[in-house]
Structures are given as C-alpha cells and as structure tokens.
Design a protein around this ligand. Structure first.
Ligand code: 13P
Ligand code: SF4
Length: 302
C-alpha cells in the first residue's frame, strides 16, 4: 500500500476530514478532501460532520477552525508550520494603538494569532477585506497586520483613514516589479494576477489582485489562456489542475517554507497519533470567536 492509500484508508477509519490550503504541495492537495483559500477553508470547517479536522496549512488557519468548532479535534500535522506575519503583531503594542485611536475598530487579517483576534473587532481575509472595511461605520480603522493588504483595501475606501500595522508577508513582499516585468517580457500575452499581500507597486502593474480562490474564479471565466501568477508558486498547481488547457507562469522564488512543512509523512503520522492538536484556552477562544463570526456574515468581494 502506498502512502496515499494509507492516508485515505486511515482518514475514513478515523472519521477525519483533510482540508488543504491552495499553497500546499501537490501530494497534499491531491489527498485532501477539500482545497481552498483561508475564507473557504474556515467556512468548510464549520460545515463538516467529521470528528477530526486535519488542517494542512499554517497555524492561524487551524486555530480559526478550532475557534469556530470548539467541540472538534483540530490537528495541524506540523506544529511549527506558522505564518511569520501572524507573529508580527504583539498584544501590548496593539493595546497602545487602540488607546491612541479609541473609536477606531480593529480589523484583523485572519493571518493573526488567536490572542490578537481576541483583541480585535472583526476579522477579514484577502477575499472579503474590502467589504469588511466598507461596512465599518467609523471613519478611522486600525488594520493589522499586513500593510500591503491594508494599502490595497485603502484604494477602495478613499474616505476612510486606515491606520496600518507595519507587518508583511515576506513571500509576497519579495515579489518585485522586476520579477513581473521579466515574466511579462517572456509571456507578453499573459494576464498578470497578483495577491493583495504584494507591494503596492506590484499591484499597480498587475491586471488584477485577488485572493487565491479569487484567482481560481477569474481564470475559470477568463477567455485568456496564459497567466502570470504573483503569489506562492504552488498555487499554479491548483490553477492548472482546475484549468488543464491554460498556462500559468509563477514567480519561481515565491515559496512559503511554512506551508511546505506539511508533508505526506507528517500527515500520515498525524492520522495515526491524532497529534499535534490545536489547544487554546476557553477564554481566548470565546473572545476570538466573535470577530471571526462577524466576518462570516460578510460576503466575498472577489
Ligand atoms: P488566501 O486567503 O488568498 O488563500 O491567502 C492566504 C495567505 O496566507 C496568503 O499568503
Ligand atoms: Fe503567511 Fe505569507 Fe505563508 Fe501566507 S504565504 S502563510 S501570509 S508567510
């Protein structure tokens, strides 16, 4: 029996569901029950009857699944698969910022720790960030932690003052205008799709900025057949799988090492041992649930 067959068999025996983010390695995407972006996976996690949710992604995604389903066991096959951007906000500094802007709601990107969500008013993902900010009645918004996503959202809400946290995702921040221009030189017919976590100047030269699922939706309906993809390069595997006749050109250096910590071997081990499990205090989960649930009421914008 090969490793895929072993995972599939054990998954059924355990009554477990495997969720995989679009940046996961091909073998993980193939063995997963569902693939998706942060928003879709968070929603799927609330709909499953499975006893165990095995989350192939990074810590904040698995934590969000646990917060939204406190009675379920949520497993992250490698505990060290952490999003470095989520670690860029520190509670004491956030408290100080809140004191400086006492009437400003804190809109918190889902790429944050549970502790930071617990201090926030509403969460968002890259798929619904514009809608979430538009729906805040206040003129000033504290937006954490991704300054690039914040700058992107600001384009759609010019009348609001967005106080941005200086965080960023290195995988996206390191995608440069030169990377995109060089790919465009090689593939002049291709449309350029980038993630809103990219720098503003990269978004400026792209045709569109979308969440990973937003890119999937766009590519499916587009009559174009070639696309330059400015996000984690593995997303091209998912795009190609769904659109086998179309061509995708990734930025080769755009790799999220933390996403790649989830391997088939670790996934199999997790199904055998039912470890490592996401453990969060009841108090933190209670406080962090509200901003996540508020976000769930707001539709995608992409
Ligand atoms: P998506 O929600 O667009 O999948 O993005 C998640 C993420 O971590 C991007 O780096
Ligand atoms: Fe975090 Fe960036 Fe990796 Fe997404 S790609 S999980 S934002 S480090």
């Amino acid at each position: 029996m090969d490793i895929i067959e072993e995972i599939t068999l054990l998954k059924h025996e355990r009554n477990a569901i495997i969720l995989a983010h679009n940046y996961q390695s091909p073998i993980i995407q193939d063995v997963a029950d569902y693939r998706g972006d942060s928003l879709e996976l968070a929603k799927l996690a609330t709909k499953t009857d499975a006893e165990y949710i095995v989350f192939c992604g990074v810590d904040f995604m698995a934590e969000s699944a646990k917060i939204l389903n406190p009675t379920k066991t949520v497993i992250l096959p490698d505990k060290t698969a952490q999003c470095p951007m989520a670690a860029m906000v520190e509670p004491t500094m956030l408290q100080l910022l809140k004191e400086k802007h006492p009437h400003a709601p804190v809109v918190c990107y889902i790429n944050t720790t549970a502790e930071i969500k617990a201090l926030s008013d509403i969460c968002c993902t890259s798929a619904n960030g514009v809608n979430v900010v538009k729906q805040q009645k206040e003129d000033t918004i504290i937006f954490i932690p991704d300054q690039n996503l914040g700058h992107y959202i600001q384009r759609f809400v010019p009348d609001k003052k967005m106080v941005l946290w200086p965080g960023y995702c290195a995988t996206h921040h390191n995608i440069t205008v030169d990377h995109i221009k060089e790919l465009k030189r090689q593939h002049p017919q291709a449309e350029v799709l980038v993630h809103p976590e990219c720098r503003p100047e990269v978004i400026d030269i792209a045709d569109y900025a979308y969440s990973t699922n937003g890119m999937l939706h766009y590519v499916k309906k587009s009559s174009n057949t070639e696309f330059i993809i400015g996000t984690e390069k593995e997303h091209c595997y998912r795009l190609k799988k769904d659109n086998p006749t179309k061509l995708f050109y990734p930025v080769q250096s755009a790799i999220c090492k933390n996403m790649k910590k989830i391997t088939a071997e670790k996934l199999l081990k997790s199904l055998k041992t039912l470890e490592p499990q996401i453990q969060l205090s009841e108090t933190i989960m209670h406080k962090a649930r509200k901003p996540l649930e508020r976000m769930m009421q707001i539709g995608r914008g992409d």
